[in-house]
Design a protein. Structure first.
Length: 234
């Protein structure tokens, strides 16, 4: 540890799961990214445990690490703004709501109880499906909080799941989030219904890159992200 680094203990509550018993990737990335100034790139090195005290360390060069009993779980660094990352289609809220109701029938069992994108009463409720106008893209509705602005980790979580775009759906083997790079352009208001849209950037063998954006009612981008998904080995 650097002599000028600062450390703190964090515990991710058990309800914030993605796959059973481990954290939702976007939420975990957001917790780590909240200790980075500005846009951040977060890499998940191992599944993030829930309900356990983890050691988060911010180094004097801005690098942030998350350890579980000495094992590196995640790390983050400041990132450049995601200039040029714009959704190819910006759905209206009604289009996003209709897409969310068309969740794919064949869904990985690992995500059945995800705090972000499953229909849990205590979840974030960001269910997503294909857009009718652009079936190669996903859309969802974010409606969280009762006012004010959403905490950054909730914004990262909402940007995560809709980046699981249609090319991934045809595989019998699910993919897991490996990294995210996100930029919050404006405060994301709580208590309002906002469209979230996802689209594919490229796919190569087991790696899949995609992007997401949270849209204001007038269509402007409030937050955006790039995600890297890696297909699990059969």
């Amino acid at each position: 540890m650097s002599p000028t680094a600062t450390t703190t203990r964090v515990v991710l509550e058990r309800r914030y799961n993605g796959p059973p018993e481990t954290a939702n990737g976007g939420y975990a990335c957001g917790v780590v990214a909240s200790h980075v100034d500005g846009p951040a790139h977060v890499s998940l090195r191992r599944p993030v445990p829930l309900g356990a005290p983890l050691e988060l360390e911010r180094h004097d060069d801005g690098h942030v690490t998350l350890h579980d009993d000495g094992t590196l779980i995640a790390e983050a660094d400041p990132a450049l703004p995601l200039d040029g990352l714009e959704p190819p289609y910006r759905p209206a809220l009604e289009e996003a709501r209709e897409a969310a109701a068309r969740r794919p029938g064949a869904w990985p069992a690992a995500f059945d109880s995800c705090w972000v994108c499953s229909p849990r009463e205590d979840g974030l409720g960001v269910l997503f499906g294909p857009l009718r106008a652009r079936p190669d893209m996903t859309a969802a509705v974010l409606h969280a909080g009762e006012g004010g602005t959403l905490a950054p980790e909730l914004v990262w979580a909402a940007l995560d799941c809709p980046s699981y775009t249609p090319p991934l759906w045809s595989s019998d083997v699910p993919s897991l989030l490996a990294s995210m790079c996100a930029e919050l352009l404006e405060p994301v208001p709580g208590g309002e219904q906002l469209a979230v849209v996802g689209w594919t950037l490229d796919s190569q063998e087991r790696k899949h890159r995609s992007a997401t954006a949270i849209l204001a009612p007038d269509g402007r981008v409030l937050a955006r992200a790039e995600a890297l998904w890696i297909r699990m080995r059969a």
